[in-house]
Design a protein around this ligand. Structure first.
Ligand SMILES: [Zn+2]
Length: 249
C-alpha cells in the first residue's frame, strides 16, 4: 500500500537534521515496524495512507535533549500536536485526556531513547510550516519559559536508581549492553551532583562519576533523612518520588 509521512513531521525532521547535523538517529522512526502492524499505532498509515507519528532519538551529547524538546512542544501549543510521549510521561491535547498536561505514561515502552510525536488526523497534519521551538532557533522574540530543564524520572514502573550491584530493577550506571537504560550514567551523575550541591556528598571533582555505589547510597540516605523523613521510598534508593523532590517534578 502506498503511504507517506505527514508533511508537518517531515518539516520537523528536516529542522532537527539541519540544526543538529551530527545527531544520533538510532531510535528515529516513522512507518511502523512489524511489531506496530496490527496495532492502532499512529506509525501505521491510516489517515488516507498517511503516517501521523514520528520518533526522534534522544542524543543530549549532540544537543537533542528530549526533555527540553517536549517541554517546548508543550509550550508551543501548536495545533498540529495530537500527543507527545517522552521519559515515562505523555501529554495528550485531546479534551478527554487532561489536555496539554504531562501525566504518567503506562505503555510498555517508557520512551527514554526517543520522543514520540503524533499529529492530528486532519488536513493540519500536512501543514508544512516550521515548528516554532526555541531549540530549533524559533520563537526568538519569546524566551524559553524557564531555564534549561533537568530530565524527568526516566525509569519504568517498579524501577529505581540504586546500587549497581542490586537487582535488575536497580539502576546504578550500567551500560545498555548490561541491562542499563540509555544514558544511565548521566542520570546517576545528576543525582550525585545534586547531593554534592546540597552538601550531602564530598565536593571533590570526580566523586560524581555516574556509578551508584555505597557512598552514593549513603549520601541519598542522609538527604532522605533530612528532607523526606516520612518517605515511603527505601533508604538509599532514588524512586520516582525521590527524584521529583531531588531533581525535578
Ligand atoms: Zn513512536
Amino acid at each position: 500500500m502506498a503511504w507517506r509521512v505527514a508533511n508537518s513531521l517531515l518539516t520537523l525532521r528536516d529542522q532537527f537534521n539541519a540544526k543538529f547535523p551530527g545527531r544520533n538517529k538510532a531510535s528515529d522512526g516513522t512507518i511502523g515496524d512489524p511489531s506496530h502492524q496490527g496495532t492502532d499505532s499512529d506509525h501505521n498509515p491510516w489517515y488516507g495512507g498517511i503516517v501521523t507519528a514520528i520518533d526522534i532519538t534522544h542524543d543530549p551529547a549532540h544537543g537533542v535533549d528530549i526533555d527540553r524538546i517536549t517541554d517546548e512542544l508543550q509550550a508551543s501549543r501548536d495545533p498540529r500536536i495530537k500527543y507527545v510521549i517522552a521519559n515515562g510521561l505523555i501529554m495528550d491535547t485531546r479534551p478527554q485526556f487532561n489536555p496539554w498536561q504531562w501525566v504518567r505514561y503506562t505503555g510498555d515502552n517508557p520512551h527514554t531513547s526517543h520522543f514520540h510525536l503524533s499529529v492530528v488526523a486532519s488536513p493540519l497534519c500536512d501543514d508544512p510550516r516550521p515548528w516554532n521551538l526555541p531549540i530549533l532557533g524559533g520563537a526568538s522574540t519569546q524566551p524559553p519559559t524557564r531555564p534549561p530543564t533537568k530530565p524527568r524520572f526516566p525509569l519504568p514502573e517498579g524501577h529505581y536508581f540504586g546500587l549497581i550491584t542490586g537487582p535488575n530493577e536497580s539502576h546504578g550506571g550500567a551500560p545498555e549492553s548490561m541491562g542499563g537504560i540509555p544514558n544511565e550514567q548521566y542520570y546517576v551523575r545528576l543525582i550525585q551532583e545534586e547531593l554534592q550541591r546540597l552538601g550531602f556528598a564530598p565536593n571533590y571533582p570526580g566523586w560524581a562519576d555516574g556509578i551508584f555505589e555505597q557512598p552514593t547510597a549513603d549520601a541519598v540516605s542522609a538527604w532522605q533523612r533530612a528532607y523526606r523523613p516520612n518517605s515511603t521510598s527505601r533508604w538509599g534508593e532514588v524512586w520516582w518520588d525521590d527524584w521529583a523532590d531531588l531533581i525535578r517534578p
